[in-house]
Design a protein around this ligand. Structure first.
Ligand code: FES
Length: 155
């Protein structure tokens, strides 16, 4: 399974020295569609800039290939505290469970763009750890078994 970042890397590689339309654009668009069911505007802008093509040309190609243009989803940031006190209470296992379930490491967005996983060094609530923050919501005393529920309620 490819991640969002993998396609940005593909665009970087295949657009090297490119100026104008290239068949690689079609391959990249098809790859993104296969992975995510469509292509979002972030990708289109990136392809446009990297390959130095007109926006209309990209949009016409997307239309010709019958690829769906998807809305950009605002990623919710998940911050897991790995400060010394939270770690002593098992936050490393909580972090690893988030990482495993979401299929991402620190600083990465999930393939659907819904979550961004990060590490916090301390929330100054050390007695309530392991602590996790998802966007504006705060979770204390988080156990590994709670991770699935936290993800589900924030989808
Ligand atoms: S170490 Fe986690 S809140 Fe302080």
């Amino acid at each position: 399974m490819k991640k969002r970042e993998d396609f940005y890397k593909d665009i970087d590689i295949f657009s090297r020295g490119a100026k104008g339309f290239s068949p690689f654009i079609i391959d990249i668009l098809r790859g993104i569609e296969r992975e995510f069911g469509g292509v979002d505007k972030d990708y289109l802008v990136y392809i446009k800039e990297k390959f130095q093509v007109e926006e209309k040309e990209i949009l016409d190609t997307v239309k010709m290939l019958n690829i769906k243009i998807m809305e950009i989803v605002e990623a919710k940031e998940i911050r897991v505290c790995l400060g010394i006190h939270c770690k002593a209470r098992g936050s490393q296992f909580v972090y690893e469970e988030f990482s495993k379930r979401l299929g991402v490491d620190e600083g990465e967005k999930t393939s659907d763009g819904k979550f961004l996983l990060n590490i916090q060094r301390c929330f100054a609530k050390c007695n309530e750890g392991p602590n996790v923050k998802v966007a504006d919501k705060f979770y204390s005393n988080v156990r590994v078994e709670d991770v699935k529920k936290i993800i589900d309620e924030n989808i």
